[in-house]
Design a protein around this ligand. Structure first.
Ligand SMILES: Cc1ncc(C[n+]2csc(CCOP(=O)(O)OP(=O)(O)O)c2C)c(N)n1
Ligand SMILES: [Mg+2]
Length: 340
């Protein structure tokens, strides 16, 4: 079965948020451009470090998914709860995690926010509302619903958002969660980053429906499909979903169409898709889309170039500082470790 192109999916996606009043000022869009480029360069640098053997364990990047993270971060508060998958560097950086400490964590250095013990797949910082990434496909979704339930019981004005992939939709616990979240009108946002692949398998080979936001409609849930590579559309959709959640109107399911420009994980040989397919998607990726939008709205290319140069310098300094940072003391091997 042929894989539907991103472009083909986008018109219906835009229609799903028709009537939106979003039009962010250029200044805010430039800040979003800066953050998306920072995430991109941190992750590209991490891939280089992995290739040179400096990173132990599995590492998944979200190169091409930056729109979802940066749009979300602008729409929510830092005390709103967030859970995500093993592909979660972008959410954490967008919520304000320090880039040097993030790189330290992936390298296993003592300056990492989990003292180098969590690594790439377990980014976490409760002070930023980051309640945990999870390596078990789908597991973080009921966690977020539980946080939303707790917020509701305590009478807190908090929303929980959870990110997951298209492949997670076929896990039973997702559907149990959708049902109860809708029944109890929990303040939770289910955000599916649909990159059209589960590891090396295209969605056309795994899903019985092509528009997966339809799954949530079966539970009576508000559910939309959007262009997840358009950071402004993501911002506006999450903003509306959060407003509904805070007003007690219950959960929203958002299917953000995107595309993973790098491999499933570092070291992926990518034998399952062609270079032509990847190159075709470069025209729609979040940074390219936003650059084009900014130029059309009167921003000069030189302003974008300046941001890129500044971020480049910042990220290279962070990488060098992380490489030079100390390793944890060997005695640390026995701290913060639990057994049951
Ligand atoms: C319960 C479970 N089954 C299988 C795996 C192995 N696995 C890791 S990532 C992945 C693919 C998930 O695809 P998707 O949900 O689309 O997320 P993406 O990696 O594309 O972001 C699989 C099957 C796992 N980690 N957990
Ligand atoms: Mg996927």
């Amino acid at each position: 079965m042929a894989e539907p192109s991103l472009k083909a999916s986008v018109p219906s996606a835009k229609a799903a948020v028709a009537g939106s009043t979003y039009a962010l000022p250029n200044e805010q869009l430039l800040a979003m451009y800066r953050m998306m480029f920072l995430i991109r360069r941190v992750e590209e640098s991490l891939l280089e470090l992995a290739e040179s053997g400096k990173i132990g364990g599995a590492m998944h990047t979200a190169i091409g998914h930056e729109g979802a993270a940066v749009g979300m971060a602008a729409a929510l508060r830092r005390d709103d709860y967030l859970t995500c998958t093993y592909r979660g560097h972008h959410h954490s950086l967008a919520r304000g995690m320090d880039a040097k400490r993030a790189i330290c964590e992936v390298l296993g250095k003592a300056d990492g926010f989990a003292r180098g013990k969590g690594g790439s797949m377990h980014f976490l910082d409760p002070s930023l509302g980051l309640m945990g990434a999870n390596g078990i496909v789908g597991a973080q979704v009921p966690h977020a619903a539980g946080m939303a339930l707790a917020a509701k019981i305590r009478g807190e004005d908090k929303v929980a958002i959870t990110f997951f992939g298209d492949g997670a939709l076929y896990q039973g616990l997702m559907h149990e969660t959708f049902n109860m979240a809708q029944k109890w009108k929990l303040p939770v946002i289910f955000y599916c980053e649909n990159n059209r692949y589960s590891e090396m398998t295209p969605i056309a080979r795994t899903s019985s429906v092509s528009d997966i936001y339809m799954f949530a409609r079966a539970y009576g849930m508000e559910s939309v499909q959007i262009d997840g590579n358009d950071v402004e559309v993501v911002y506006d959709t999450v903003r509306q979903a959060a407003a509904r959640a805070r007003a007690g109107e219950g959960p929203t399911f958002i299917e953000g169409i995107t595309y993973r420009l790098a491999g499933h994980m570092a070291g992926d040989l990518e034998t399952y898709r062609s270079a032509e397919e990847i190159n075709m998607q470069r025209a729609y990726e979040p940074l390219a889309q936003l650059a084009q939008k900014l130029l059309e709205r009167g921003v000069e290319q030189v302003a974008l170039d300046r941001i890129r140069a500044e971020v480049e310098e910042e990220v290279q300094a962070d990488v060098q500082a992380a490489l030079a940072a100390p390793w944890p003391d060997t005695a640390e091997a026995y701290t913060d470790v639990y057994k049951v």
